[in-house]
Write a protein that binds this ligand. Structure first.
Ligand code: IVH
Length: 671
């Protein structure tokens, strides 16, 4: 062999070896040589190709970052459209999907499903021809995407050549590992660029960059989830993934075959469990009919294939960016800082605001505008900021300080006693009044459904209404004179206000939002008084003895009720309501059955239930049980519906209360 032949052979050997090491490192995550050894091989190849440019082929490992920056991206057509997936959050829909699939296949046909995680990144199409990677494109609108071939070539886990000559079109997800995002964001911060809110945005943003050299520096990973064209490869989806993995292509390697509804549901649960420990983000499981022939038979609708569905996990946590911090005034005048966020999907809804609770929480978290934060749905509906990524902070935004004056009315703010909350000192603060009216009108209180938030705002702003009692002074001409108020909606509002006059006293007391007095306590208080008239007739001594005698009323609750009854302001409001004939006598409730099935047991009810919460309360009381608005030391059972706040569950645990479902409660009542 001549020297020349030797070097040519060495070149081929280097290319082969480097490809193998790339595959071991980037795809199998199982390198067999050190980084230094790898670098030495790579340098040797670069040197060889420098002396012999004629040996350089487009699929040489040195050619991943060849291209010059472009001035823009070119549009390409997807020969087979990239459809999206029908998706659901419910198991029932999944069972329906399986039923539909069965209906769409010949009777008696054997069905198998292939389940796999749904990767939360940016989807791309990859085309190989004659064993070479020739084109990569973004999903775009499904029929046309952008040519990102040069950028895809920089992704080291993607082989530039494979041992398969036939045409091969693949669909894949480009992702950034969670742990790599911090690094990308730190680099961006150094250049004064805003951080990416999540790995998906980082991946999608990277793919569309114009300079492949910059893309090469991004830790992009790719996982193939579908073989679209490659008919000779396999007869089923699962098998096709295995075949391409054997060709050295990166797949997620997490697909499993299931044969019936039960195993599909069990596998979904397993994927949900496992996903926390995966290095990339997933947001669901994809259920696919495994057989290609059956996929063909089922076909697709205009938007989705009929042979696949995504079951989405409702994320309890998400990351996003704080765009502003504003201060809201609540019904009690308390000032709440609220973060305005880049909209993000969380537990099936789009979230763009999160409460920061109070100045203390805000200061402890040290959230600033521009920060990268983790939000969580902890409470029943309100998302919270639970963590701030200080490392991703760009520049030095000033810490947020709470205002000295009320943002709504400019009155000074104060801190009462031991409280952390700052409150507006103006008892007529329009923002607080507005919130108090909104609360008053809630379904569980006075149930005034024609009174929307926008209308309340107008009523307060125009000075038509200064407190809840003045709602009952409204008439048609006054309402019609408001902006965007037609005759019909004015009449509706008026009718629902009028109807609310007939609510029993307990509803009225609930709507007034007396501190420490929730619907259950309000009901007990209303029972003790009988009517608003009688309540106002109590002397201070009488009130004290009566209220203190109510079962479950501790000193704080008693004091709060007495304050409300005898403070001139709030008493004035009660009198105003009485003069307007608001609320009716409280229907007396049969004394709780001492021998009832729940006798001696105490309950708290929370979460979204199959019926209004009051109904559940009533049922418990009728069965002899006691109900409280909050979980207390002596609460024995927490009846939990859906979307229960974590804090409630934690308190229940702390006090040793048993958490039971609505069904379990029903069983207890039946005895
Ligand atoms: S299969 C015809 N499998 O989810 C569509 N998609 O909502 C078949 N995705 O655009 C899609 N992981 O970007 C499939 N294992 C997976 C996936 C997956 C992520 C993405 C993909 C697609 C979107 C559909």
């Amino acid at each position: 062999m001549t020297d020349h032949e030797h070097t040519l052979e060495r070149h081929a050997e280097l290319v082969r070896e480097i490809r193998q090491h790339d595959h071991r490192y980037y795809v199998l995550d199982d390198p067999v040589i050190s980084d230094q050894q790898y670098d030495a091989l790579y340098r040797e190849l670069v040197d060889l190709e420098r002396s012999h440019p004629e040996w350089v082929t487009s699929d040489s490992p040195t050619q991943r970052v060849g291209a010059e920056p472009r001035s823009g991206l070119v549009t390409v057509e997807h020969v087979i459209p990239m459809m999206s997936l029908d998706n659901t959050y419910s198991e029932e829909d999944l069972v329906d999907f399986i039923r539909r699939v069965r209906g769409g296949l010949p009777t008696g046909a054997e069905m198998t499903f292939c389940l796999e995680p749904k990767l939360d990144g940016a989807s791309v199409e990859l085309v190989y021809e004659g064993g070479r990677f020739v084109q990569g494109s973004t999903r775009g609108d499904g029929t046309h995407g952008e040519d990102i071939t040069a950028n895809m070539r920089t992704v080291r886990s993607l082989p530039l050549s494979i041992d398969h000559r036939g045409p091969l079109t693949l669909r894949a997800e480009v992702v950034i590992f969670r742990q790599d995002l911090a690094r990308v964001n730190a680099e961006r911060a150094e250049r004064g660029e805003p951080p990416f809110a999540n790995p998906r945005n980082a991946a999608a943003g990277s793919l569309r960059m114009l300079d492949p050299r910059v893309v090469a520096a991004r830790p992009l990973r790719i996982f193939v989830w579908q073989v679209v064209e490659g008919p000779t490869l396999a007869s089923s989806h699962g098998e096709s993934l295995e075949r391409i993995a054997a060709l050295g292509l990166p797949t997620h390697g997490r697909h499993r075959i299931c044969r019936d509804v039960e195993s599909v549901l069990a596998e979904i649960a397993r994927i949900d469990q496992e996903r926390r420990s995966l290095p990339y983000e997933t947001d669901g499981a994809v259920v696919k009919v495994d057989s290609f022939e059956q996929q063909q038979l089922l076909g697709s609708t205009a938007k989705f294939p009929r042979w696949a569905i995504a079951y989405k996990f409702s994320a309890e946590r998400a990351t996003t960016i704080v765009r502003a911090i504003v201060v809201q005034v609540g019904r009690t005048g308390a000032l709440t800082p609220v973060a305005q966020l880049d909209p993000v999907q969380l537990a099936g809804t789009t979230v763009s605001r999160a409460s920061l609770h109070n100045a203390q929480v805000l200061a402890d978290l040290d959230v600033r505008v521009g920060d990268h934060v983790t939000i969580e749905k902890a409470g029943e509906i309100i998302p919270q900021v639970v963590a701030v990524e200080y490392g991703a902070r760009v520049g030095d935004p000033p810490p947020f300080t709470m205002p000295k004056k009320c943002p709504a009315c400019d009155a000074p703010v104060e801190r009462r006693g031991e409280e952390v909350a700052l409150r507006c000192t103006n008892p007529d603060c329009p923002a607080a009044v507005q919130q108090a009216i909104v609360y008053f009108a809630k379904r569980f209180a006075m149930d005034i459904d024609g009174l929307g938030e926008a209308l309340v705002e107008q009523l307060v702003d125009t000075g038509l209404v200064h407190d809840v009692a003045e709602l009952y002074d409204l008439d048609l001409p006054k309402l019609v004179a408001l902006d965007r108020m037609g005759n019909k909606s004015a009449q509706n509002a008026l009718d629902s206000i009028t109807a609310s006059r007939a609510r029993p006293l307990a509803r009225l007391l609930t709507g007034l939002g007396i501190e420490h007095v929730g619907p259950v306590a309000a009901e007990q208080l209303a029972q003790a008084a009988g009517s608003l008239q009688k309540l106002l007739g109590w002397s201070p001594e009488q009130a004290e003895t009566t209220v203190a005698a109510i079962n479950g009323f501790g000193p704080k609750m008693v004091q709060s009720v007495l304050d409300f009854l005898f403070d001139t302001r709030t008493r004035g409001l009660l009198e105003k309501l009485r003069d307007r004939h608001v609320s009716t006598a409280q229907p007396s409730r049969p004394q709780t059955a001492a021998g009832g099935p729940l006798a001696g047991a105490s309950f708290c009810v929370t979460g979204v239930l199959s019926r209004p919460r009051e109904k559940v309360h009533e049922q418990i009381t009728l069965a002899g049980g006691q109900v409280h608005d909050k979980v207390k030391k002596d609460t024995q059972y927490l009846v939990a519906g859906e979307k229960v706040g974590r804090s409630k569950l934690e308190t229940a645990k702390k006090y040793g209360a048993r958490v039971i479902s609505e069904t379990e409660l029903a069983a207890m009542i039946r005895g």
